[in-house]
Design a protein around this ligand. Structure first.
Ligand code: UD1
Length: 472
């Protein structure tokens, strides 16, 4: 699209690993590298964290509510820590205890979220919708581009204008305000030129407190959009159709307190399924919502893996003896997710035959190709298409993470490669994967996070069991 431009769950015990105070800061992450000794088979069960993209937008959505909001299953991620800072900057009181986040937005102040933070976290721009709905005005810096593309916000802006907001952009900041005595937005019919996740979420939040009915057509159908709608409904909003391409919102004057648990992260779950496949290991994961992983599971089955639903929220991957090539085109949900493209590319580098991967959602999301090629992959890029020719083996190498999902792809490649892979620029990884190396270590992977420049220890040269059975 780069052309246009409740579940209420029981609280869980708090473990130190879940406490976000353990998070590395961005500069710490950049002084560290991940060393991976490839070739270890994985085994066991992995716990999937709450969904990053839900957590971020639900935190923004809590601005709609003047009472206490409790979010459960909040992942300990650098992006979530940044979002906490953004909310604090506009007067929100927050308290995090393990994976439980208490938010009180009763006293919002007329302040602007700092550009340094908004520029590092595009999702923070989404606060414009709820701020405008609550206060009748909002000013949020334009997020700017990021590692994977330009990422404009004109769909958000046009939609807010349709809801009656005056919007102007001055010195890199979007100023939005509603005229009139009660400063309330007015329901409208909005057609999105593209089913943008962020625009759908911004407008749904804004419409929640508007006067009258809003219909969003060609809305994004991602599970995180439905999770946001469920969260808003749990606060008293009237929203129908979220998760389909038409969402109808009847505005209400006020929302109330809520205690809500975030859905499991389908992208983290998909990444672990690929970890099982690429290392030819049987592993299980939970909690997951298998319906959210339909496209990913279908592709894994196509290449020869078996996915077993052991219970409604536990999946087990049984890898194939060998995996075959397949073609992938990234699309809005329920199509194949762009957020799983890099991880699948890593897997297909070791599959039999040629695969074609077309990235249609973001314009600059193939930067991991050069890094995978450094590890012995055979990938050529033409425009937004990557042609992946399966090779017999990958070899560990120093590589640089270029964005969040690219870093996951390099970790996966490193798990399957011969020798040591050293990944730098870890701040990308820490944005979106909670305790990834700890979870992988528990599955038996051989990896550690160390200060940059630390020599890899000489590991006993293991026979690479991961490779046996591949197309050598
Ligand atoms: C969200 C997810 C991100 C995921 C993406 C697509 C969050 C925090 N992030 O990002 O992980 O990869 O959905 O599934 O939820 N666009 C425009 N104009 C707009 C808005 C978007 O041209 O006003 C373009 C973008 O540049 C991009 C495409 O639409 O090329 C998709 O973007 P969008 O669906 O909005 O993604 P995000 O909400 O930013």
């Amino acid at each position: 699209m780069y052309k246009v431009t409740k579940r209420i769950m029981e609280g869980k015990p708090i473990t130190p690993a879940q406490n976000s105070s353990n998070l590395s800061t961005s500069s710490e992450s950049d002084e560290q590298v991940l060393q991976i000794w490839g070739g270890q088979p994985l085994k066991g069960h992995v716990k999937i964290s709450g969904a990053k993209n839900s957590a971020l937008v639900l935190m923004a959505g809590s601005l709609l509510c003047p009472d206490d909001c409790r979010l459960r299953n909040v992942p300990g991620l650098a992006d979530v820590a940044r979002m906490r800072q953004i909310l604090a900057a506009v007067g929100v009181k927050l308290q995090q205890n393990g994976d439980v986040l208490d938010i009180n937005a009763s006293n919002l102040i007329d302040a602007q979220a700092p550009y340094e933070l908004v520029s590092q976290l595009r999702a923070s721009f989404f606060i414009i919708g709820p701020l405008l709905a609550r206060l009748g005005f909002a000013k949020v810096p334009l997020p700017g581009g990021c590692a994977i593309g330009a990422r404009p916000v004109e769909l958000h802006v046009r939609g807010l204008q349709a809801l009656g907001a005056e919007v102007h952009i001055d010195h890199g900041t979007v100023h939005a305000y509603v005229k009139g005595p009660n400063r309330r937005l007015k329901g409208a019919k909005i057609y999105l030129d593209y089913p943008s996740v962020g625009a759908t979420e911004t407008l749904m939040m804004a419409a929640t407190l508007a006067e009258g009915e809003t219909v969003i057509e060609n809305a994004a159908q991602e599970p995180e959009v439905a999770d946001l709608a469920n969260f808003c409904r749990a606060m008293g909003a009237n929203i129908q159709g979220a998760g389909t391409n038409t969402i109808v919102i009847s505005g209400v004057p006020r929302l109330h307190a809520v205690d809500y648990s975030i859905i499991p992260d389908r992208i983290e779950a998909g990444t672990f399924l690929v970890a099982g496949a690429i290392t030819h290991s049987e592993i299980s994961l939970s909690p997951v919502i298998p319906d959210h992983l339909t496209a990913v599971i279908a592709k894994l089955k196509t290449i020869g893996a078996t996915i077993i639903a052991e219970s409604p929220d536990i999946l087990r991957i049984v890898p194939g003896q060998t995996h075959s090539a397949t073609d992938i085109e990234t699309l809005p949900y329920p199509g194949f997710p762009t957020d799983m493209q890099a991880q699948f590319m890593a897997l297909l580098t070791l599959s039999n035959g040629d695969s074609l991967i077309k990235e249609t959602v973001f314009e600059n999301r193939l930067r991991h190709v050069a890094e995978l090629n450094r590890m012995g992959a055979d990938i050529r890029v033409k425009g937004n298409v990557a042609i992946v020719r399966g090779v017999a083996r990958l070899s560990g190498a120093p590589v640089v993470a270029t964005d969040l999902r690219a870093s996951a792809a390099l970790v996966l490649a490193g798990l399957a490669a011969d020798g040591v892979t050293t990944i730098s620029s870890l701040h990308h990884l820490d944005r979106g994967y909670e305790q990834l190396e700890v979870k992988l270590q528990k599955l038996g992977a051989n990896l550690r996070r160390v200060k940059e420049g630390t020599e890899p220890m000489i590991a006993e040269a293991p026979v690479n069991p991961v490779r046996s059975g591949l197309n050598c």
